[in-house]
Ligand binder design. Structure first.
Ligand code: TYM
Length: 368
């Protein structure tokens, strides 16, 4: 997946991602007006993350819509590699997952790959990743999923549920496949080499078509899954790809648990959010107020604006006003940051209450 301007792999994202190039590089399809029209016809509304192109690309989404229109069922699968606390970028695919579940009345499976993060990271123990699995599960549940139609799979705990499927898959993936897709070398541990089979297994946990909402960095795993699906008599998983929420430090890197000052965690207090945005959020504004009033700001690189656009201001009219005021210089960087801080803290206050409730119910969700 190497490109001279940017790199996108499941374990490494760097540079300013050109999503048009990525569609070509990965061989996916842009979400067309026609697909949006079909989605709107079925659901009666379009989630703002779809309307704004935050979810911009797919594989076989039209086939999932065909399945639904023919009165057949599909299910939804997504996940998290528990290497640390949940940040607000992780929530993006999960929020769309919830929307799809509500609109299409589907079952949802959520995989916590504590094994993967142990294999991928030299400095983390398995007990740490397993602890973060529970911590991350709380955020997922807090988004409103219900235990009657949502199951959480923790890889090290639920391996008995996954292993027969994993074996079917692993037998069809050879070393050169994973080398070609992930660039593995002789130094790569065999846990990593095997891991794609585990991330693929939940695609076939029900004998129905599956739709996977995810950040586009996870697509390479499922490219392999899609290649082998027909070889084991299964339907290729369909995918809907989201953009990566940028780091606080700027649009040239993604928000990532491994970079402390780049992240807003779901557990951050209002004061911490305020300090992080004020101190670190890259500004598209001018160097002083006089210049800003004259020249205006650039929302396309302004992190506070980007967070409003991707997540925290669902109202199109309000967002347009912020955009236009910023460009014209009427809205100052400090004012935009302060609006964004308020919005993030409003969201997090509710989310943290729901986390307190969710923590009591995790066992009801974990696959038995
Ligand atoms: P992980 O833990 O890296 O990320 C979890 C989900 O969040 C997405 N994501 C982001 N989305 C927007 N902005 C960001 N800055 C950002 N960072 C991460 C990821 O694309 C992902 O959808 N191997 C997986 C765990 C996994 C999984 C799955 C993910 C297991 N099964 C099925 C998707 C679907 C991982 O490490 O994700």
């Amino acid at each position: 997946m190497l490109n001279k301007d940017f790199t996108v792999t499941p374990w490494y994202v760097e540079g300013a991602i050109d999503y048009n190039k990525l569609i070509k590089q990965f061989g996916t399809e842009r979400i067309s007006e026609n697909i949006l029209y079909r989605l709107e016809k079925i659901t009666g509304d379009i989630h703002f993350m779809l309307k704004r192109g935050i979810f911009f690309s797919h594989r076989d989404l039209h086939k999932i819509l065909d399945v639904y229109e023919q009165n057949n069922k599909f299910f939804v699968y997504t996940g998290r590699g528990p290497s640390g606390n949940t940040h607000i970028g992780h929530l993006i695919p999960w929020i769309l997952t919830k929307w799809i579940q509500d609109k299409f009345n589907t079952n949802v499976y959520f995989q916590l790959s504590d094994d993967e993060k142990f294999f991928a990271n030299k400095n983390i123990t398995l007990s740490t990743t397993s602890r973060f699995a529970y911590e991350n599960a709380i955020d997922f549940i807090a988004l409103g999923f219900k235990p009657n139609n949502t199951k959480i799979i923790i890889n090290t705990k639920n391996i008995n549920n996954l292993y027969p499927l994993t074996c079917q898959i692993a037998k069809k993936i050879n070393l050169s496949n994973v080398k070609a897709v992930f660039g593995f070398t002789n130094d790569t541990n065999i846990g990593m080499i095997f891991y794609t089979a585990l991330q693929s297994a939940p695609c076939f946990i029900e004998n129905k078509p599956v739709l996977i909402p995810l950040g586009i960095d996870q697509d390479p795993h499922f490219r392999i899954t899609r290649d082998i699906a027909p070889k084991i008599g299964k339907i290729k998983p369909a995918i809907i790809h989201g953009m990566m929420m940028p780091s606080l430090l700027g649009i040239n890197s993604k928000m990532s648990t491994s970079q402390k000052n780049s992240v807003i965690y779901t557990t951050d207090s209002p004061n911490i959010v305020k300090n992080k945005i004020n101190k670190y959020a890259f500004s598209g504004g001018q160097s002083d107020i006089k210049m800003h009033r004259k020249k205006g700001g650039d929302p396309s690189v302004d992190i506070a604006y980007q967070y409003m656009h991707m997540f925290f201001e669902p109202d199109d009219k309000k967002l347009k006003k912020i955009h236009d005021d910023y460009i014209s210089g009427r809205l100052l960087t400090g004012e935009l940051k302060s609006m964004t801080i308020t919005k993030i803290n409003e969201f997090l206050e509710k989310h943290q209450h729901r986390r307190d409730e969710a923590v009591k119910h995790i066992d009801e969700y974990v696959l038995q």
